[in-house]
Design a protein around this ligand. Structure first.
Ligand code: FB9
Length: 496
């Protein structure tokens, strides 16, 4: 029944009976009890117009479960067992009975025994009483038709056998309101220009303001899960006393992205297959010239104890502008600036987008967010790097780490980092790390004593694992479902 139909039913009933003691008695046009929830909506708007007044009536009634209804219809399991056992001496074999009654047989046997209706004789079951009273069936039938039982203990017992449950039934008592009438006058919601012009507003019947109305929840922005994980990682770095590097420059020169990191100009990562080079502007020219000369030298002929790469280093190559392939490009710039001042130990971090011309697949896009930690201090060793990473990943909820020797042009030694992921039940590669090479640090002007340890990981993988996202396209891109963004919980690493 529609709200309008329900309102008419209430008004006409009130018109003829002055009040409705319990709307549970109200029968709809289909003769069935009206839906109390729908009725509430109808009553609310009639009460708003002061056409009726209503109070809520709460009743608790017992309602049978599916099994309870079955027992009323077919009898209790124990009664069915009794009926299935022939009244004869030899009775029936248990296996026979099992075949006959299936599971209900098992349940029924136990109770029939307990009720001292049947007993075992040899391998068979026999009756030990002539007839029985199926009390549960009787009681459940009473409950089904009345919603209660003369002996309140009975339904409670039957509830334990999951045969009935207590339900709260809401209904209403209704009386006429001061504005009662059989016709529902449309209420004006707002005073309009026309009403003011026509004076209509003087006799209009305005809808009351519902100051309890919650109103439309203000929709606010939602942080993308990646940004939530990013914020968590930033807090971890700040907790560990790190300073955030400025990463707001996606376009870098090949010099800071590669050359400064002692990555040779013919390195495969430096060709357009892996790196997005800019067409316009294609080159950058602002470089600290002396430093650039030292970089040229260490690449071409070596120095600082290194043989270098022994190739003809070209400034044209270093000038090429590109979309940074790693935030390590920012680290090189920051370490160079550090070398220009009185040395002091530093701890830097960066979390931002990097771009690689890679084939897009379920876990790789042409860009990802790199997380990087860099620590510079005199006398740092590999053990410090491992120690720092254990502390860092511990705060990410990642406990068991393993390190595998690896290679990066700008770090020696280098290590890939693995952690055992209980949920995935396997060792997961969670990042890369190493000690920046002297060929990178000393041309900057850093004291040879200064050691710089660094590690990096991606933001996407931990976010996907944390939010149970299989395919990167569900995390980023036009296929992302916004509800996932809207209602995904705040990221708390200790839950990873
Ligand atoms: O993030 C990665 N894996 C990862 C990280 C956390 C994690 O958390 C789970 C809850 C447990 C799960 C997985 N990786 C690094 C490993 C792989 O996913 C890898 O396939 C993809 N890598 C990206 C690069 O892909 C081309 C992740 C990204 C990455 C790799 C290396 C660095 C940074 C990001 C680095 C570095 C570095 C090394 C030395 C000095 C300075 C920086």
């Amino acid at each position: 029944m529609t709200t309008e139909e329900l309102q008419t039913l209430v008004l006409t009933t009130l018109d003829s009976n002055d009040s409705i003691d319990d709307t549970k008695e109200l029968k709809g046009s289909d003769g069935k009890e009206v839906d109390q929830l729908a009725l509430l909506g109808a009553l609310k708007s009639l009460a708003d117009k002061e056409m009726v007044k209503y109070n809520t009536i709460e009743n608790e009634i017992w309602v049978l479960t599916e099994e309870g209804n079955e027992i009323v219809d077919k009898g209790s399991h124990e009664a069915i067992v009794f009926e299935a056992i022939p009244a004869s001496e030899e009775g029936i074999s248990i296996s026979e009975l099992q075949k006959l009654l299936g599971d209900s047989g098992k349940i029924g046997q136990g109770r029939a025994f307990k009720n001292k209706w049947i007993n075992k004789k040899g391998g068979n079951l026999i009756r030990i009483v002539d007839s029985i009273i199926d009390q549960p069936r009787i009681d459940l039938d009473i409950i089904r038709s009345t919603g209660k039982h003369p002996d309140p203990k009975v339904p409670t017992e039957l509830k334990k056998r999951k045969l009935c449950d207590k339900h709260k039934i809401i209904s209403y008592s209704v009386t006429k309101g001061p504005q009662f009438s059989l016709t529902i006058k449309k209420q004006a919601r707002d005073i309009t220009f026309e009403m003011l012009q026509s004076g209509e507003w003087k006799k209009a019947n305005f809808k009351n303001y519902n100051f309890d109305a919650l109103g439309i929840p203000p929709s606010g922005g939602h942080l993308h899960p990646l940004m939530k994980v990013r914020e968590e990682l930033r807090q971890i770095f700040f907790e560990m006393g790190f300073e955030e590097m400025p990463t707001n420059r996606f376009v870098e020169s090949s010099f800071w992205n590669f050359d400064a990191l002692f990555q040779p100009q013919q390195h495969p990562a430096r060709d357009a297959h892996d790196t997005f080079f800019l067409k316009d502007p294609a080159v950058g020219t602002q470089f600290p010239t002396e430093y650039l000369e030292r970089v040229k030298k260490v690449h071409s002929v070596g120095g600082y104890g290194s043989n270098g790469y022994g190739y003809d280093w070209k400034i044209e190559e270093a000038q090429k502008l590109l979309l940074r392939t790693h935030t390590t490009a920012v680290s090189s710039f920051m370490l160079y600036n550090l070398a220009q001042k009185e040395f002091k130990p530093v701890k830097y971090f960066s979390i931002d987008r990097v771009f690689r011309n890679e084939t897009v697949d379920a876990t790789h896009l042409a860009e990802f967010n790199q997380v990087e930690g860099v620590i510079a201090d005199k006398g740092l060793a590999l053990g410090d790097l491992i120690g720092f990473m254990e502390t860092f990943f511990e705060k990410m909820g990642i406990k068991k780490l393993r390190f595998k020797p690896a290679y990066n042009p700008y770090t020696e030694p280098s290590m890939e980092i693995f952690s055992y992921h209980e949920g995935l039940g396997k060792w997961v590669e969670i990042g890369n790390s190493g000690m920046f090479r002297p060929e990178m640090l000393e041309p900057m002007g850093l004291d040879p004593e200064v050691r710089v340890i660094a590690w990096g990981l991606g933001l996407e993988r931990p976010t996907m694992i944390k939010y149970g996202i299989e395919n990167i396209r569900e995390l980023l891109g036009h296929k992302v479902n916004l509800t996932m963004i809207e209602n995904n919980p705040i990221c708390a690493f200790d839950l990873i």
